[in-house]
Every structure is written in C-alpha cells, then in structure tokens.
Design a protein around this ligand. Structure first.
Ligand SMILES: [Zn+2]
Length: 272
C-alpha cells in the first residue's frame, strides 16, 4: 500500500493538474465524492484562482500533496467534511497527509510574526521553518506532547467521561505534558489530578500525531496502585472501573486511545 512521505522543506508553489490538494476551512477539509467513496481531489478537479499558491508538503506515490486555506466553490462532487470524520474513511496515507497538512496550516497562521521582536516572518528557503529577517529567530511547526493512559486493576479498566465528549462516550485519562516534566511524571500527575488515583508500572505503548490542533499523543498503560476514584469535576465529570466485557461507547478506531483500549481488552480477555 502507498504511504504518505513528507517533504523535508515544505514550500509554497502553484499546484500542477495531478497534484492532490488538501483544502481546509478550519477543521473541515474538501473531499471529492466518486461513486459514494471519498478521496482528496486533484488540482484539476478544483477551480483555483490562477495565482493561488499552496504549501507543497509531501507526496503519496507519484502524487505531490499541497495544502492551503482558500475559498473553493463546492459542487456535486466537492464538499467540505469534518477532518475527524474524514480520517475514519480515507486511506492511512491520506489520513497521514491530512494530519500533517492541518498542523502545518495552524503553524503558518500562528507564526506570521516573530515572537521575539514582532517583525513579520518569512518562509525558510531550505527547511520547514519560519525565519525572522530582523533578529534571525527560527520557528518550527509546534508540537504539543500529551499523555494518554489505560489504567488497569485486575481485569478492569478505568474509563472517564470528559465534559467535552459526546454523550455516553468514555475514554482514557489524558492531558498535556508540562514544561520540564518527563512523560512518566505527566502520566502520574494527570491521573492523580483528573481521577484521584495513583498508578504504578507505567509502560510506553506507542504514539500518534493528532491535528486538533497540534498534539503528539503518547500512549501508556499503567496499573492501579492506590486511592479512590474522584473525578476532578472540571474536565472529568464521571469515571469508573469497567469490566472489559462490559464496556461503554468508546472512541473511534483511528484514535490512539481506542488502540490502547483494544490492546488492553485483548490482554485481559480470557482466552477462548
Ligand atoms: Zn525577530
């Protein structure tokens, strides 16, 4: 299967006819509908203004991938859908390209001016970076690490309902890493803060870039050590131990939280 490969030096250029174009409007991305299937359109399928320059940031097989936030006339074949939904039904390569594209566009928007001296920044001519022509400050795309952990106790797993979740949805405890903190410290602190329990045997599971808006989700598993479940009431409104054969409504399979949950289920379920 073809994979998405990123370009070391993302840069602006006009799109050629066959280039894949990832056109965003906030969290929505333009998709091309073909026989009830969706894919990202090629430039020739989208009417551009002739002077539109897009950010070339990688390729899938022989096709370059370009992205931008520009107004496009939608029609019967072209429509804008929420990126979270789109990532569930596109190919892994397309999902990976959209993940990077969305993060690069947030970065471009948030780094138009130098954070040190306030002058307008320019695109670097040799790497994916914004450079200040006045003071030389270089700004790379922002990545915000966050930890997400499956806590187990015997054959039960702790799942929590966050205020921002859809009704009935439960997931793992997660939170951003603080400056100066190790990942393991972040795991223990977030769990203590959000659900009031202490954990031991914190083990790395895997990681995933997540473009809402620029997270790097770092997954862990941990075992319950001490304490009573006490939701913080701010982010977490409910949390409880679930038997792995009686789980609630869970996040979609594209998310790392679901991948961790599934691996824990597999480990804890009795062999058939
Ligand atoms: Zn500057």
């Amino acid at each position: 299967m073809q994979q998405f490969e990123m370009l070391e030096h993302a840069h602006f250029c006009p799109a050629a006819d066959n280039d894949i174009v990832l056109i965003f409007s906030g969290r929505k991305i333009l998709v091309y509908r073909e026989n009830d299937k969706f894919r990202f359109p090629h430039a020739k399928e989208v009417a551009f203004q002739t002077d539109s320059k897009l950010l070339k940031f990688g390729h899938i097989g022989e096709y370059n991938c370009l992205t931008g936030e520009i107004g496009i006339q939608q029609n019967n074949s072209l429509e804008s859908l929420d990126l979270r939904e789109v990532m569930q039904f596109t190919s892994p390569a397309e999902a990976a390209s959209a993940n990077r594209a969305r993060q690069l566009l947030y970065w471009l928007r948030e780094h138009q001016f130098c954070g040190v001296c306030g002058n307008k920044t320019e695109q670097s001519d040799h790497e994916t970076a914004k450079v200040c022509p006045e003071c030389g400050e270089v700004s790379f795309p922002r990545v915000s690490p966050a930890v997400i952990t499956a806590i187990t106790k015997g054959d039960q797993m702790l799942l929590a309902h966050n205020r921002k979740f859809k009704k009935g949805l439960y997931s793992l405890v997660a939170g951003f890493v603080e400056a100066g903190e190790s990942l393991e410290q972040a795991v223990a602190r977030e769990i203590k803060e959000e659900v009031g329990v202490e954990v031991k045997n914190i083990k790395y599971f895997g990681s995933q870039g997540w473009p809402f808006p620029h997270s790097l989700m770092v997954g862990f598993t941990a075992e319950y050590a001490d304490g009573e479940i006490t939701p913080d009431g701010k982010e977490i409104v409910e949390a409880q131990w679930f038997d792995v054969d009686k789980l609630p409504y869970l996040p979609s399979s594209t998310s790392i939280s679901r991948k961790i949950i599934d691996s824990v289920i597999e480990k804890l379920s009795p062999a058939e």
